[in-house]
Design a protein around this ligand. Structure first.
Ligand SMILES: *[C@@H]1O[C@H](CO)[C@@H](O)[C@H](O)[C@H]1NC(C)=O
Ligand SMILES: *[C@@H]1O[C@H](CO)[C@@H](O)[C@H](O)[C@H]1NC(C)=O
Length: 464
């Protein structure tokens, strides 16, 4: 008969201690999200696919002599943006298996051949890119089983043209595209109101190098915001496809920019995102990234009473203010800070490391910058009625990129032409006058400073 010795007891106590510690370590992070209760803490999506009959999810899907799981298009209201259940991939072709091909949207509105946008004709998808086949054809082609990629996959089948650019990837594709779709209440009937985390992001037509933007922000943010999301690049995908075996992807949000361009532009004041949008849909990622940016052991500086003005200087880059106007703006902003006790920061973002950039933006109330990638930093601004993005354009110049971003994130955006400003819904038409991308953009520093002060002191900032 075993005897409980002191050594056994110590081991038991040690195990108990570890167990309690692990539980303690896990629970605070579960509680941090502002969308508490929205995310499942582990993957348990309900599927109407095959029944697994086991507590461990299968690594393969076997249909044997039973019907093969058919592909469903769960959502497709705009070109280039489709949500699937049971999508197949094999030997470089995406397969839609269906007994109802008439219910499937045109392929050209879902996918392209992943070439640059200018090659419109060459980008029309062929049967090699995507094939719609019957269940019988599928059984002949695939046999009785497939490798299984469980849970949710984000897939973006673009060429590297846009994917390696911080604004186009991080803001347009990831935030405004995949993440906004993933959190949409329209998908509650499919995913349940308790979401399992997405499992992977596949960019089948861009290598890791091609996906990395110059500043390295794309990968930094992905690790910071979504540590559990793994990436699969062109080489990985090509390898998968070279195996001559089918894979079944359980749920896929498929984005394709060339297909997207076959429809109307989303970036206008009149077209809305075609799905219901969850309140604060970006907030979990924003909080996760801002918290990650804080060096270990350092507490976040919150100054509730003191608004923070950040003017992103782009004076080392091509598109920028006339030097005299930049100098005047710096002077006026510092004066504003002195007179009213605002904190004023005028960083060259390229001189700051990523953590410092995100930490500063996470504390910023008013973000000022010339039209350009620097304004992608608005992703980290904390939404509040006063939080404002001020975008400086050359006189009569305008394009929607950062305005649309702000509007989607629930931030107030003002465009400025010298002392004239505008905001949605009264926006000028898209216009790139001569000098739009130049280094002689003008601004009226005192008008901007007066405007900022007004935004920060108005009783009701929504009335500005
Ligand atoms: C592509 O596949 C469809 C459906 O199977 C077929 O009708 C069509 O002829 C094919 N196109 C080409 C060019 O082979
Ligand atoms: C700046 O704007 C103010 C207010 O509209 C105007 O009075 C002033 O003349 C402008 N300054 C310059 C240099 O254009």
């Amino acid at each position: 008969m075993p005897v409980l010795t002191g050594r056994h007891l110590r081991i038991c106590l040690l195990l108990l201690g570890l167990f309690l510690l692990a539980d303690y370590a896990i629970s605070p992070t579960r509680k941090r999200s502002s969308l508490r209760g929205f995310f499942a803490s582990h993957s348990s999506p309900s599927t109407n696919g095959p029944h697994y009959g086991s507590e461990i999810r299968p690594l393969r899907i076997e249909w044997g002599d039973d019907p093969i799981p058919e592909t469903q298009v769960l959502f497709h209201k705009i070109p280039g943006w489709t949500v699937f259940r049971n999508l197949y991939a094999s030997s470089d072709t995406i397969y839609i298996v269906t007994s109802h091909p008439e219910r499937i949207p045109p392929k050209r509105l879902m996918i392209s051949n992943g070439l640059i946008l200018a090659l419109q004709e060459e980008n029309e998808p062929t049967n090699k890119t995507m094939s719609i086949i019957s269940p019988n054809e599928a059984k002949t082609l695939f046999g009785t089983s497939a490798g299984f990629l469980d849970g949710l996959t984000f897939m973006q089948t673009d060429s590297p043209q846009f994917i390696g650019h911080m604004y186009h990837f991080l803001v347009e594709i990831f935030a405004l595209g995949h993440w906004r779709t993933y959190t949409s209440p329209d998908l509650d009937p499919i995913f349940g109101s308790l979401r399992a985390f997405p499992r992977r992001f596949i960019v089948p037509r861009a290598t890791q190098q091609e996906w990395q933007d110059r500043a390295g922000m794309n990968q930094w943010v992905m690790r910071a915001g979504l540590g559990s999301l793994s990436f699969e690049y062109k080489d990985d995908w090509d390898h998968r496809m070279s195996l001559q075996r089918p894979f079944l992807l359980e749920t896929v949000i498929l984005g394709d920019r060339a297909a997207w361009h076959r429809g109307p532009s989303l970036k206008s004041p009149t077209t809305e995102f075609p799905m219901a949008v969850k309140d604060m849909w970006w907030e979990p990622i924003r909080q996760s990234v801002v918290a990650f940016a804080l060096p270990p052991g350092q507490k976040s500086r919150t100054s509730r009473s003191k608004p923070v003005i950040t003017y992103i200087s782009r004076q080392k880059t091509g598109r920028r203010l006339r030097d005299a106007d930049h100098d005047a703006l710096v002077l006026e902003l510092y004066r504003l800070g002195r007179d009213h006790g605002y904190e004023v920061n005028i960083p060259m973002m390229e001189d700051l490391d990523k953590s410092s950039q995100v930490t500063l933006l996470g504390r910023t109330t008013i973000l000022v910058g010339v039209h350009g990638n620097g304004l992608s930093g608005q992703l980290w601004l904390k939404p509040s009625p006063r939080t404002t993005v001020i975008e400086l354009f050359i006189d009569k110049g305008f394009t929607y990129d950062y305005e649309y971003t702000a509007r989607s994130l629930g931030l107030k955006h003002y465009g400025f032409w010298n002392d004239h400003y505008f905001t949605a819904p009264d926006l000028p038409p898209i216009n790139y006058p001569q000098g739009f991308h130049d280094r002689h953009i003008t601004c009226n520093a005192s008008a901007i400073a007066a405007f900022i002060h007004r935004r920060l002191t108005l009783d009701d900032p929504s009335q500005a």
